[in-house]
Design a protein around this ligand. Structure first.
Ligand SMILES: Cc1ncc(COP(=O)(O)O)c(C=O)c1O
Length: 396
């Protein structure tokens, strides 16, 4: 069968994270591998009433075709949100997308030709890496410091690679590291993008989930040239199943995104767009986001306190100020894929770092933990077992 496949799908492998979902079916496994928001934060009752009301009172609008760029009242709400961040310029327009994932995919498709180079954080979000592989991009990873991409390495990558088309970054509570890029580095990244004349995709699905520290301006808000495509999402602040995201970009770019979206899925389902609008109009979204932040602050602090207690000193980890993830670094030479197989015997799952790498074949000494979905007793049990294994394998 392989011979029939297009070149673009040959480098694609099933994501380890998706594979992990199969393992999670074992009820005994404590999965610290997922990346989903906590279901206890879904406003299910409110949304079910809203859905029923829409279908009773306005079925024709909800069930009919809609416009590709999105449901106008939702676009207005998104415009207000991004305007507050300084991320909406006069020449910009918004496209509602089917999750942020589609926004990244369409923006990549607009810009990347076969064989062109895309610079990403190392490690980075697997959904984007796979999308870019499908466009036959050459992926170049730039390592992360505690305050975001290493700017010297970024400049080297821009200097030494041919045909660099874009930089993809998740500057706030990055997936998988939880790291946030400093303001200084955001400015530097834009300077470099200008100097080497490349586009920037700023992916910000976690920005509202800050539970400590101060907000940092978006890269988009600092951009004066229309060089940055901003991608946002309602997945982590409302519901991922509703599949609502958006892009904000100069209208000339948005027009291209819109055409590609039209051939992709025509438009994002109207029912969920209308539900989001009604929810946001009727309830206090700021209050809801505050609930999300409070829960994740507690869960993150709890997981970190367990890690401080049970993990050996040989393993270091990030201490995020928001988002859903902690990234762990084991000593050089450790293969966290092998570690995962051992860890599954202890009934604990995490995501090994090679899944987030530009080269998934290369063993990685990193692994990602998620604190959003497991109850605290399971977090403690899981971290304790994992700590035991790490001490056994890597020493104290
Ligand atoms: C960094 C990043 N970008 C984008 C997405 C896509 O999210 P969605 O399509 O649900 O908006 C995710 C999902 O986990 C993510 O971690």
């Amino acid at each position: 069968m392989n011979k029939y496949f297009a070149e673009r799908v040959k480098p694609l492998k099933a994501s380890a994270i998706r594979e992990m979902f199969k393992l999670m079916a074992d009820p005994e496994i404590i999965s610290l591998a997922g990346g989903s928001p906590s279901p206890e934060l879904f406003p299910s009752e409110e949304l079910s009433k809203i859905a029923a009301k829409i279908l009773m009172t306005n079925p024709n609008a909800a069930l009919q075709y809609g416009t590709t760029d999105g449901y106008a009242p939702l676009k207005e709400i998104v415009a207000d949100m991004v305007r507050k961040l300084g991320s909406l310029k006069e020449t910009d327009s918004i496209i509602i997308t089917t999750g942020g994932q589609q926004g990244i995919d369409l923006a990549s498709k607009v810009f990347v030709n076969d064989g062109e180079t895309v610079i990403v954080e190392a490690p980075s979000f697997v959904g984007t890496l796979n999308g870019l592989r499908a466009y036959q991009a050459k992926l170049v990873g730039v390592p992360l410091d505690d305050d975001g991409m290493n700017m010297e390495k970024l400049e080297q990558a821009l200097e030494s690679n041919k045909n660099v088309k874009l930089i993809y970054t998740i500057p706030t509570f990055q997936n998988p590291s939880g790291i946030t890029m400093s303001l200084e580095k955001r400015k530097k990244l834009l300077d470099l993008a200008r100097k080497y004349d490349v586009i920037v995709i700023e992916d910000n699905p976690y920005g509202y989930l800050r539970f400590s520290g101060e907000d940092v301006p978006t890269i988009k808000s600092l951009d004066t040239e229309g060089r940055v495509v901003y991608v946002g999402s309602f997945s982590k602040i409302l519901s991922p199943g509703m599949r609502i995201g958006f892009t904000v970009a100069d209208s000339k770019i948005s027009d291209r995104i819109e055409v590609l979206k039209q051939v992709n899925d025509v438009h994002t389902p109207l029912l969920t767009q209308m539900m989001a609008v009604e929810y946001i109009k009727k309830y206090d979204m700021d209050e809801h986001i505050e609930r999300c932040r409070k829960l994740y602050r507690e869960k993150c602090e709890f997981m970190l306190s367990c890690m401080d207690k049970y993990f050996p000193k040989t393993v270091t980890y990030t201490r995020p100020q928001g988002g859903l993830f902690i990234l762990c670094t084991t000593p050089e030479g450790t293969n966290t894929n092998e570690l995962l197989l051992e860890s599954l015997k202890y009934k604990v799952a995490f995501v090994p770092g090679n899944s987030f790498s530009t080269d998934i074949e290369k063993p990685s000494n990193l692994f990602r933990l998620n604190y959003s979905t497991m109850p605290n007793d399971k977090i403690e049990k899981g971290i304790k077992s994992l700590g035991q294994l790490l001490k056994e394998k890597l020493g104290n």
